[in-house]
Design a protein. Structure first.
Length: 331
């Protein structure tokens, strides 16, 4: 293994040894009921996030990313399993305690236009969560604007008077206003152009370092995740199929689905781009209403074999801190 990957593992092991998880999903499954049928959106997922860490969640539409976020934020109860935040089972808390915990977990949405109210000024957007949690303090608004690198004058503006990047900065200021420990970022860069995305990534990194924040960063954009995430969890059809420290995952993706996702990311060096081998994923994602038997990825996997159609692979630790659910890697 390369020395920077070893350093990455050593750092994670050291952090985990001294710091308990900030949040933890323990064998969480989530079922949704429709009028005539039901389906499982998350399958027995176990995952931890640590303070000051960015955990990236990646996968195609329908992979369970949003259900995971909603379950963690207590907007969706798990059908099975537990969701712990700072050691407490969130879904067992009484309303008052849950309200206190919610203050510590905020969210930034994909589309700032949809998450900001067109009839409210920037000032009103930032003040609202402070009021809800009894923390209103006028100078705090200017401090928050400064933290997200917006000038004080924008406080009187309405969302339509702001650029896409400025709107996302207002969303970040709003999330930061109650001094959370965790921010769930749901595709926050997908509505922005590349240069603005780069600025927002830099801002999120600075805010994390200054405020000891943890992020759960949901995206389908593996290129930006490499800049931000310390660890990445790959989901397919509601199943956690691979989890590893970021550099390890980019250099040695093990699951054929992850290899396919990585193959779709362009390498800036034309020579390396020309020489690399690719795993091409073909076919459509199966419907969650009729998931495949055995390995959920077998209908699209170029390495599928007979047992893959019958037996669902378990998530196993194949190398230190590198977990994969695939029959190709059995201990
Ligand atoms: Fe492919 Fe089989 Fe591995 Fe599933 S278990 S990813 S079908 S090789």
């Amino acid at each position: 293994m390369k020395s920077d990957v070893l350093d990455e593992i050593a750092h994670i092991l050291q952090e985990e040894a001294i710091t308990p998880p900030l949040f933890e999903l323990q064998n969480v499954s989530v079922d949704y009921k429709l009028s005539t049928t039901a389906f499982r959106a998350l399958h027995n997922v176990s995952l931890q996030g640590y303070p000051r860490e960015t955990l990236g969640i990646v996968g195609e539409s329908g992979c369970g990313k949003s259900t995971l976020a909603k379950t963690l934020l207590c907007l969706q109860p798990p059908t099975q399993g537990k969701v712990l935040f700072r050691g407490q089972d969130l879904h067992q808390l009484k309303a008052n305690s849950l309200r206190q915990k919610r203050k510590e977990m905020q969210m930034i949405f994909q589309d700032p236009d949809a998450s900001l109210n067109p009839r409210m000024t920037v000032y009103e957007h930032i003040v609202e969560p402070l009021m809800i949690h009894g923390l209103f303090d006028k100078p705090q608004v200017l401090k928050l604007l400064d933290m997200v690198q917006l000038p004080a004058q924008v406080q009187d503006k309405y969302p339509y008077q702001l650029s896409g990047g400025q709107k996302q900065r207002v969303s970040i200021a709003r999330a930061l206003s109650v001094m959370p420990k965790l921010i769930v970022c749901d595709e926050p860069l997908s509505a922005l152009d590349v240069s603005v995305s780069t600025q927002i990534i830099q801002l999120l990194q600075e805010l994390q370092a200054e405020n000891n924040l943890a992020y759960l960063f949901i995206t389908h954009d593996l290129a930006s995740l490499r800049l931000l995430a310390h660890r990445i969890a790959v989901f397919y059809l509601g199943n956690l199929v691979e989890e590893a420290p970021t550099e390890m995952l980019y250099r040695t993706p093990l699951h054929p689905y992850t290899q396919g996702l990585m193959s779709a990311v362009a390498i800036p060096d034309p020579e390396k781009e020309r020489r690399r081998s690719r795993v091409v994923i073909t076919g459509e994602i199966p419907s969650v209403l009729a998931p495949p038997t055995g390995c959920p990825f077998h209908t699209r996997c170029p390495m599928a074999r007979e047992e893959c159609r019958r037996i669902k692979p378990q998530l196993l630790e194949i190398k230190p801190k590198h977990y994969v659910a695939c029959h190709l890697y059995k201990n």
